[in-house]
Design a protein. Sequence first.
Length: 281
Amino acid sequence: MESTGSLNEYHVYTLWAVWLLIFVRMVGFFVQAPIWGSHHVNKPVLVGSAASIAVVIFPTVPATNEMVELGKNMAEGDYAPLIFLIAAQITVGLVIGYVSYLIMAAMQFGAEILDVQMGLSVAASFDPASHGAVNMIRRWAFYLAMILYLMMNGHHKALEAMRYSFDVIPLSGVPFSHRMLEDLMMKTGLIFSIGLQLASPIVASLFITQVALGMVARVAPQMNVFMLSFPLNIAIGLTLLGASLMPWRIKLAQLFEENNHWMWQNIRHMIPHAPGFSGFW
C-alpha cells in the first residue's frame, strides 16, 4: 500500500511539473511575441492565455523518464532540478518569441529613422499605452505591421510553431546549439538591414531635399531656410510615406512569410542530436 501511494505521489508531481514547464515556455514566448508582447495586452490576460494553452497542450505532451525522475525528486523535496528547468523553458520561449518579433522590430526601426529625418522625433509626446515617449511614425508603423500580421494569420502560425516545439524540444533539457546562436546573431542583424531597406527611399529623398535647401541658402542668404526645412521635410516625408504603403505591404507580406520559416528553423536548431547541437541533456 505504501508503494502504491508513493507511486501515485510521484505521478502527481510529474504531471504537475509537465504542465508547469509547458506554461512557463508559453509565458516566455508571449512576453516577446508580436501582439501578445505589446503593452496593449494586459499581463493577467497574457498569463491567462498561457495557462489556457498549457491546459490544451498538456494531454499531448508525454511524461518522459526524465520527467518521472523529476517527479520523484520533487516528492522527496528536491526542487532544484525543477527551478533549473523552469529557467531553461523560459529561455526557449523567449528565443522563439524573439525570432517571431524580428520583422516587427525591423519595421519600427525603419520608422524611427524616418521620425528623425522628418523632424517628428522632436514632437514625441507621452503615450499612456506605451508608458513613455513614442515617435509618431514609429507608432503608426507598429499598427500597420500589426494589422498585416493579423490579416496573414501570423499569430496562428506562431502558435503552430510553439505547438511543434513541444514535440521536438523535450521539457527535460537545456537546448544549446552553436547553429542556433549563430542564426540568432545573423537574424538580429537583419533588423537593421531590413529597417534601412524600408526607409531608404524616403531617407534618400529627404537627403536630396536638404541638399537642395542648402543650395537655396547659398543663392538666397536672406531666406530663412532653417525654418522652411521643418514643414518641407514633413510634407515630403508624409507624401512619400503614403506612396510607399503598397510597396511596404507587399514587402512586409514576404518578410512575414520568411519570418515564419525562420521561427521553425530556429526550433529545429534546438532539437537534441541535430547537426551542430551541443547541450546538457
